[in-house]
Design a protein around this ligand. Sequence first.
Ligand code: HEM
Length: 159
Amino acid sequence: MGIIHGLVGVFWVGIHFNNEAFLLPSMAKAQKLADMPMLRMMPKISMVGAILGFLTLITGVIFFLIRFPLDPGGWLADPEARTVLVGLVMVLASLVIGMGILRPGAEAFGKKAGAMSPMDPLPDDMKAGLARIGMFLHISTALVVGALITMILAINGGI
Ligand code: HEM
């Protein structure tokens, strides 16, 4: 279970690095849809991200219950368990942002984009939508990297 959890978790972080390296820079500068070739991949990236996020959460919770006895008081007293719980809070926050803001935002953008030609200049409201998606993607990246750091701290004894 640890290996599966570690792999899906790290893949999930990886998709965030892909966003930071390729998707976000083109979104920040875009004046028209043609400036953002990666955007056509957005629905797929977003779906894979959501699946990996939920798999990380589910496998993590199962692994947690295997590793630590069912005793909430004891969890907070155990440095390893409480470090993982900090990671859990970060992951939940990232999933709330993803499902509550990023996916609906991307869908709304996609609907408007579908009615435009690639060379049309982007209207200001769509640029503002992209900036908002970009900001929350950065926050999500910070949260998943933070969660990965808590995992590394936990396997080294916790804090
Ligand atoms: C970005 C999110 C996450 C990433 C990248 C991640 C990654 C990892 C990695 C690489 C390990 C080491 C694998 C091993 O020990 O075999 C680990 C351990 C662990 N993870 Fe996660 N994880 C994430 C989120 C979570 C969540 C939400 C939970 C649920 C509570 C969780 C629970 C655990 C537990 C219990 C361990 C074992 C810790 C220990 O042995 O001290 N993880 N995680």
